[in-house]
Each structure stands twice: as C-alpha cells, then as structure tokens.
Design a protein around this ligand. Sequence first.
Ligand code: NAP
Length: 256
Amino acid sequence: MADDQPSIQVDLSGQVAIVTGASRGLGESMALALGKAGAKVACVARNAEKLKATVEAIQAAGGEAEAFPCDVTKGSDVDGVIDAVTEKWERLDILVNNAGINRDMLLMKMTEEEWDSVIETNLKGMFLFTKAASRPMMQNRYGRVINITSVVGFMGNPGQANYSASKAGMIGFTRTMARELGKRKITVNAVAPGLIETDMTGAMPSEILNEMVKQRVPARRLGTPHEVAQAVLYLASPAAAYITGHTLAIDGGLTA
Ligand code: NAP
C-alpha cells in the first residue's frame, strides 16, 4: 500500500500506539505508517474481521500489531482496550482518535438520531479514549495525541451540521487538552483532512466531487490516505515535541 509515495523517516521503536477506526480508509493507512516506523500498533474498530486485514498488513511489513475490537462510544469498551494494551505492551505513547462517521442531511430534515450518532462517535469517542489514555501517558510523562478532525470543522458544509459541529468540537477539545496536558510532556494536536480518496468521498457523486476539486482545490486533485498518514506520523514522533494545540490542514490548499 502506497509504497510508491514519498514517506518521512521516523523511528518509533519501543513505542506503543492506538489507532481508532483502523479497519479501513485513513485509519488503516495511519496504523500501517506507525507500524512501519516501529511502533507496536493496537488497531481499534467495531468489526473484528475487517481489523484483521490491517493487522496482517502491518505484520507483513515486519511490524507488530493486534486487533482490539471496540465501540468508541462505550466507556467500558474503551477502558477495556486501554487496560488490555497497557497490560500487553506495558506502555502507551501514541493515541490517534480517527474513528468517525457522517450522517449527512439538511438541518430541517436531520433527525435526532442522525445528530446524536455523529456527536457520540466523533466527539464522545475522542473524549473517552483521550481520558483513558491520558492516565498511562501521565504516568510515563510522555504522550502524543492526534485527533482527526476535518476542514469542515473550520468551513462548515451544507448538509453536515452534525458532522461539522463534531469536527469543530474536536478542535476546541484539542486546544484545551494541549493546555491541560502540556506540563506532563503530552502533546495534543489535530489533523484536518480535506478531500481524500476514501470510501467517504467515494460515496459522493463523482461529477460533484470532480467539480469541487476543479473549482476549490488549488492542488487540483484529491489527497491520499498516505499523505494524511505522513502528517500523523510526524506529529506522533518525538521530533514534534514543541507542537501542541495545533490543527494541521492536509487539504491541497482548500482552506488556504
Ligand atoms: P471510513 O473509511 O468510513 O472509516 C471509519 C473507521 O471508523 C472504520 O474503521 C470504522 O470501523 C470506524 N468506526 C466508526 N464508528 C466506530 C465506532 N463507534 N467505534 C469504533 N470504530 C468506529 O472513514 P475515513 O474516510 O477513513 O475517515 C477517517 C476519519 O477521517 C474520520 O474521523 C473522518 O471524519 C475523517 N475525515 C475523512 C475525510 C475523507 O475525505 N475521507 C476528510 C476529512 C476528515 P467499524 O465500522 O468497523 O467500527
């Protein structure tokens, strides 16, 4: 996967990472990049079968990984993953809060269920995982938390009131956590992808997507999951120690 695309060199040997939403799309690419850099990777999503493929891809690349099936909206599931990971690998260095969903609908037709499910997964899931992960990170006086938000958290987008509110909320949470956890040497940053080639954008009508890229993306193309993963890899590295509370757009200039 993405072996032909340029990659940065980062050494995460001896470190342990959790990636939520690791079974496909951006999360799969991030888990693979962290695994190739030497981190032991705990791959989280609800569907255990699909997680297996990510774990096998990391192992095939010479890395170490294990699947931890979990619903990020359930506190007991989340606490169970943190306990299992720290028991197995005795530390936790990196958390990537990537699991996310969208349920797009114009406001007048949006149901309470569509609102709640997006807020619960995207915002509450990040809160639960960050809270549980901060304990071992604080004990170790080291940590890297990376929250995957979206450019719609800055820009808004018709039909995405629930999704854009959750993504803007993630940015506020990121800034607050940077302030709370900074003195323990834990950095907390966000990455805001624009239009990236995944199932999420694949579900959009291609003529609308192509027109958006042509009119609004200076780079004139979709981004790749690999390009987003490289930014995550940098923010996850010891080299990024003095960056915290920042949101990095990976969007080909869409929000420039
Ligand atoms: P995707 O292909 O739909 O993958 C979503 C992942 O999240 C899957 O692994 C899914 O696995 C997991 N997930 C969903 N609900 C979950 C839950 N309750 N508990 C545990 N895992 C859950 O999405 P993607 O396109 O890769 O996007 C990944 C992240 O990037 C999302 O936060 C998204 O908002 C953000 N983003 C994407 C784009 C883009 O262009 N694709 C742009 C901006 C931001 P299960 O269903 O098995 O649980």
